[in-house]
Write a protein that binds this ligand. Structure first.
Ligand SMILES: Nc1ncnc2c1ncn2[C@@H]1O[C@H](COP(=O)(O)OP(=O)(O)OP(=O)(O)O)[C@@H](O)[C@H]1O
Length: 312
């Protein structure tokens, strides 16, 4: 079977600014792919080109084997795009909104009726289907927005920051809905500022920075690029500067910096086995009273690769 999405050397320039610089990525059928990047990295520009809303300066996009440039109708019919802004009619009910969008997609009346019922169930809004969308919570509006993008049974669903600006309870409801779609075999392209969402939803992650895809892989692959160093937070009584000097001399420790009046942060390999060595090393200058070890995670990988945190 053809991949859900193949894009090659996608490029977009705004005046002299290269917003997207030769991005290539592939999403297999049934795969959930997360696009992570700091503000202004080029995520929305990339997604707009993939969904046919913005013409690339160079590069190609194929959706389920259909070339977006040569056969836009077929390619676009296989994409469900959920923009960041809610695009709904507040005076209409959820069901009426779905009916309106379904007609836009050209779905026949009878088929649409069944499909609306399926989609309402999928996004968990069957019980509120006949209430006005203007009376929905922010999270419910987003769910019906996602539903509208699913009516024509797309191969690939593109979600642009689907949980921005919603309360934690609604966020959870959205994520549960997305989990269900992925479990049901939907191919997904998901952008978010929230690392933990991408970790939860996506099997593979692309990190985009200054218009370029700087790294791509499973969470485990990206994290392994950091090496095997753990972050160790030590709480100590005594002379912190002297303790940091002594700890820096321990084999396996690459960094030891004070982070407060009684705490140090180390980067160390195999830190669990080194704990007795740490205690011995600071003897005479300080006493270790607390230890916290954090193994490398996606947040650390992101920081390492882009030099910024996601919320910068
Ligand atoms: N229509 C436009 N005209 C000029 N510059 C633009 C236009 N759209 C985007 N840009 C610029 O291109 C770069 C990439 O923007 P884009 O919106 O794709 O980033 P992003 O990763 O989606 O960021 P955010 O997370 O803030 O939405 C930015 O520097 C932005 O200012």
């Amino acid at each position: 079977m053809t991949d859900a999405l193949v894009c090659q050397d996608l490029t977009k320039r705004f005046d002299h600014h290269l917003a997207v610089d030769s991005i290539s990525l592939t999403i297999a059928r049934g795969e959930a792919y997360g696009l992570l990047g700091p503000n202004g990295a080029g995520k929305t520009t990339t997604i707009s080109m993939l969904s046919g809303l913005l013409r690339p300066d160079a590069g190609s996009v194929h959706v389920a084997g259909h070339a977006l440039a040569q056969d836009p109708r077929a390619a676009k019919a296989r994409i469900g795009y959920v923009p960041q802004e809610i695009a709904l009619y507040p005076e209409l009910t959820g069901r009426e909104n779905l009916r309106y969008f379904g007609r836009l997609y050209g779905l026949a009346r009878r088929a649409l009726q069944y499909r609306i019922a399926e989609v309402l169930d999928l996004v968990g809004l069957t019980g509120r289907a006949d209430d006005k969308v203007g009376d929905y919570s922010g999270g419910m509006q987003r769910r019906i927005n996602i539903g509208a993008a699913l009516l024509h049974e797309p191969t690939l669903l593109i979600l642009d920051e689907p949980t921005v600006g919603v309360d934690p309870q609604s966020r959870n409801a959205i994520l549960e809905g997305v989990d269900e779609l992925v479990a049901g075999g939907m191919s997904l392209l998901y952008t978010s500022h929230y690392m933990e969402e991408v970790e939860r939803v996506c099997q593979r992650v692309g990190i985009i920075d200054k218009g370029r895809l700087v790294a791509e892989g499973t969470k485990r692959e990206l994290v392994s690029r950091l090496g095997t160093s753990d972050r160790v937070e030590l709480v100590l009584d005594g002379d912190l500067t002297a303790a940091a000097d002594k700890l820096r001399a321990v084999a396996g420790v690459t960094e030891a910096v004070p982070t407060g009046t009684s705490s140090l942060r180390l980067l160390a390999e195999g830190s669990r086995h080194l704990l007795p060595t740490f205690i011995g090393a600071v003897e005479g200058v300080a006493t270790i009273t607390g230890v916290e070890i954090t193994e490398p995670d996606l947040e650390a990988a992101f920081l390492h690769l882009t030099g910024s945190t996601l919320r910068d």
